[in-house]
Ligand binder design. Structure first.
Ligand code: PLP
Length: 364
């Protein structure tokens, strides 16, 4: 089977983990976790980074660290992985959905203001499939309505906006290191920010709300969201692959375009000021039926694919909340989109093989 995504684990990665084990660096308080954080902060171009147990919890941590409370509304794009909305629900907040653009699939900034109410306290731009939303416009809106911005960059490590890492923008951002991401720590997440207050608060909440250096003295309710040292050890070694993985992913995306665009297949577009990490290559087919049949055809040929996320407003936990609202572009992309194999180690021969199987199906 050609997997949708296959992480590359090298001998160097294994050595990094076994070295950590030999030193009995195990917990989230081990020095190696800070080494990982420093390395990633430098790569993302932020002053601070906090390693977390996974991206979902890093997102929850980011939301509460900017000061959001029960009852607060957060603007979230209707097309995303369910973790984006769930993290808002964890603190008793309400995700308010906004549809996405047809070309780049990012939150439609022209629709945001119509969804802002007195209760709106934040915007969560999701940098979907490695693309980047219109950050300038989002920052203007946030300034006008005094809203916080929490970037869900789970899928976009390595993406740039005007030459800067897209997670380095105000106020705070998160990444995920799940095995299908650009680099992996097994499970793992990261909060990055340039804001010292957010960093300090997030660090405290991540470690059970410890007041200061006094033992067992906690003045707020926190969580244990730390990343284990073994995961950080893998992350330190994996981080050396970021640049080469980005180069390979660009090549994969461009090769699929070269092979398939002439067959009428559409791809995610990017603004010229964006450099996408091309997390997963997604193709857009003419109808939902064709997309579903193509998925079956590829599976029969040992090629693993995945549909695009189901829009958040159609997910059971959010359906009643949203029964009167319609997000046509999210639904369209979700119905027509298919994620195709995009592992950094995918050879040109395999890309051509997969492309030929797609063309063979379309021609039949
Ligand atoms: C947009 C988005 N947000 C959040 C997450 C959650 O990250 P994790 O799986 O590390 O919890 C993901 C995971 O893929 C994601 O795609």
């Amino acid at each position: 089977m050609i997997n949708l995504y296959q992480p590359t684990i090298t001998k160097k990665d294994i050595k990094s983990v076994t070295d950590s084990l030999e030193k009995t660096y195990l917990s989230g308080n081990s020095p190696i976790v800070e080494d990982f954080e420093k390395k990633l902060a430098q790569i993302c171009g932020t002053k601070y980074a906090l390693a977390c147990s996974n991206g979902t919890l890093a997102l929850h941590l980011a939301l509460i660290s900017v000061g959001l409370n029960e009852g607060d509304e957060v603007i979230v794009p209707s097309l995303s992985y369910i973790a984006s909305a769930n993290a808002v629900k964890y603190f008793g907040g309400k995700p308010v959905f906004v549809d996405v653009n047809e070309d780049d699939w990012q939150i439609n900034t022209d629709l945001i203001e119509s969804k802002i109410s007195k209760k709106t306290k934040a915007i969560m731009p999701v940098h979907l499939y490695g693309g980047v939303p219109k950050l300038n416009k989002i920052s203007e809106i946030a300034k006008k309505y005094k809203l916080k911005i929490i970037h869900d960059c789970a899928e976009s490590l390595g993406s740039l906006y005007k030459g800067k890492h897209s997670s380095s923008f105000k106020d705070v951002a998160i990444h995920s290191f799940f095995p299908n991401k650009l680099i992996t720590t097994g499970e793992g997440g990261l909060l990055v920010t340039n804001n010292l207050n957010i960093y300090k608060k997030a660090k405290k909440i991540r470690s059970q709300g410890l007041r200061g250096s006094e033992e067992y003295d906690h003045d707020i309710i926190g969580y244990n969201y730390r990343m284990p040292a073994i995961c950080a050890a893998l992350g330190i070694s994996q981080a050396d692959k970021i640049e080469s993985n980005l180069d390979k992913k660009k090549l994969i995306f461009e090769r699929y375009i070269q092979n398939l665009e002439k067959e009428g297949i559409k791809f995610q577009k990017s603004d010229f000021i964006v450099s996408s990490s091309h997390w997963l290559t997604v193709i857009i087919l003419p109808t939902r039926l064709i997309r579903n049949r193509l998925q079956e055809h590829l599976y029969a040929n040992n090629i693993e694919t995945r549909k695009v996320f189901k829009p958040l407003n159609l997910q059971k936990p959010y359906k009643n909340l949203e029964s009167k609202n319609y997000y046509p572009i999210s639904e369209k992309i979700s119905n027509l989109g298919l994620c195709i194999p995009s592992s950094p180690n995918l050879s040109i021969d395999y890309i051509d093989y997969i492309s030929n199987k797609i063309i063979e199906f379309i021609d039949s």
